[in-house]
Design a protein around this ligand. Structure first.
Ligand SMILES: Nc1ncnc2c1ncn2[C@@H]1O[C@H](COP(=O)(O)OP(=O)(O)OP(=O)(O)O)[C@@H](O)[C@H]1O
Ligand SMILES: [Mg+2]
Length: 366
């Protein structure tokens, strides 16, 4: 019997290089982000000459290419200059002042003792190496809003970096990344103006832009001829419909390929039916995630609607009141929440002579 792995590999199959569809992949080209890339690079350019670069804030919805663009820029910046140390930090992972400084120190080649040292001391060491080696550090703080989220003052690390010039004579550049539009509004005025010396907006991708991005990935990922023509536009449209999100569109393309691959045979092509299956399973995943976040009463509401089809809101209240400690108001809140999660639909009903105000007809959606 032939070795199954060789068989699979030699059959050609669907994928040429599946890895380019995975989140870690760093693409060589960034279609439709050339202008933003240049804008950010211009802000950082001074670092190559030992100067303090302009700080940048990047704002944009999920999946609009913020992280990938900065990672590409940092790679090129590191290649272009020995003097600049680009340091990428995700603040979900490194969410305290201590953790961020620790990460910067390590990137500069400092070995921190295991016993742990205070943040101030870490900062002293950072400043010392940078001075000695005449380095400029450019620090990307991805998901920068996390530093403010704990309300423990972790954002103090921004002052450390912003004031390092006056206090220690060393230069940092900061590239803050956020997908929260109101983040900048909430940040204190002084920090805001120092951080946002340049603000770069990443807009949602249009269907055509997603088509270009996907087309490039598809060329690298799939065997020649393994993709029917309609697949890239379908996945692009799906991503565009869901927030102009390239991550989602790429994930769907990958998933459609996996579904087609499972069908086996060399001649299988990824076709629109595979895309549809991929979209449906993504929707189930989102739905399950939403369901997992629900409380007992909300789950009971869904059960009641499943059993009875349509239920009048007043009737729902009486049913729930038998089992739970609810008021009119809390039931209304539950209904609103389930409706906003698109798990149920609630339609206002004509007010008949015995119907109360605000009455609605409820049913499961989809
Ligand atoms: N212009 C582009 N060209 C090629 N690939 C892109 C482009 N924009 C985004 N991508 C790809 O789409 C995916 C999502 O991009 P990225 O992670 O940069 O989004 P993001 O804006 O940081 O989103 P979030 O706010 O959720 O962190 C990645 O796999 C990335 O490689
Ligand atoms: Mg990101």
């Amino acid at each position: 019997m032939a070795n199954i792995f060789r068989q699979i590999d030699e059959s050609g199959g669907i994928f040429k290089d599946e890895r380019v569809l995975q989140p870690e992949h760093l693409p060589e080209e960034l279609p439709h982000r050339e202008a933003q890339k240049k804008d950010i690079a211009l802000a950082l350019r001074g670092a190559m000459h030992g100067m303090r670069p302009e700080n940048v804030i990047i704002v944009g919805r999920p999946g609009t290419g913020k992280t990938v663009t900065v990672r590409v820029i940092f790679k090129e910046l590191g290649e272009a200059s020995n003097r600049v140390v680009p340091i990428y930090i995700n603040c979900w992972e490194f969410s305290t002042r201590h953790a961020v400084l620790g990460k910067i120190a390590t990137a500069l080649g400092e070995i921190l003792p295991r016993r742990g040292i205070a943040a101030d001391e870490i900062f002293e060491r950072i400043a010392e190496v940078m001075r000695k080696e005449k380095k400029v550090a450019v620090v990307a703080l991805d998901e920068i809003d996390r530093l403010f989220a704990t309300r423990q003052g972790e954002e103090k690390v921004l002052y450390d970096l912003l004031r390092a010039g006056e206090n220690y004579g060393v230069n940092f550049g900061i590239v803050g990344i956020t997908n929260s539009e109101d983040f900048m509004v909430k940040v204190e005025g002084r920090i805001r103006s120092s951080l946002a010396q340049r603000e770069v907006e990443f807009r949602q991708y249009t269907p055509q832009q997603l088509k270009d991005i996907l087309g490039e990935r598809a060329r690298l990922a799939f065997q020649h001829g393994a993709l029917s023509e309609e697949v890239v536009p379908l996945c692009a449209a799906y991503g565009a419909k869901n927030g102009g999100d390239a991550r989602l569109a790429i994930a769907m393309l990958w998933k459609a390929g996996k579904i087609a691959e499972k069908e086996g045979g060399e001649k299988v092509k990824v076709a629109s039916k595979h895309c549809k299956a991929a979209f449906a399973s993504a929707e189930t995943a989102v739905r399950n995630e939403r369901l997992a976040g629900l409380g007992e009463t909300e789950r009971r509401i869904l059960e009641i609607l499943r059993e009875r089809g349509e239920v009048h809101s007043g009737e729902l209240y009486s049913l729930l009141a038998k089992e739970f400690d609810v008021t009119d108001r809390t039931v209304r809140n539950y209904i609103d929440r389930l409706e906003s999660l698109e798990l149920i639909s609630a339609e206002a009903r004509e007010r008949g002579k015995d119907a109360k105000g605000n009455s609605r007809v409820l049913k499961l959606s989809g």
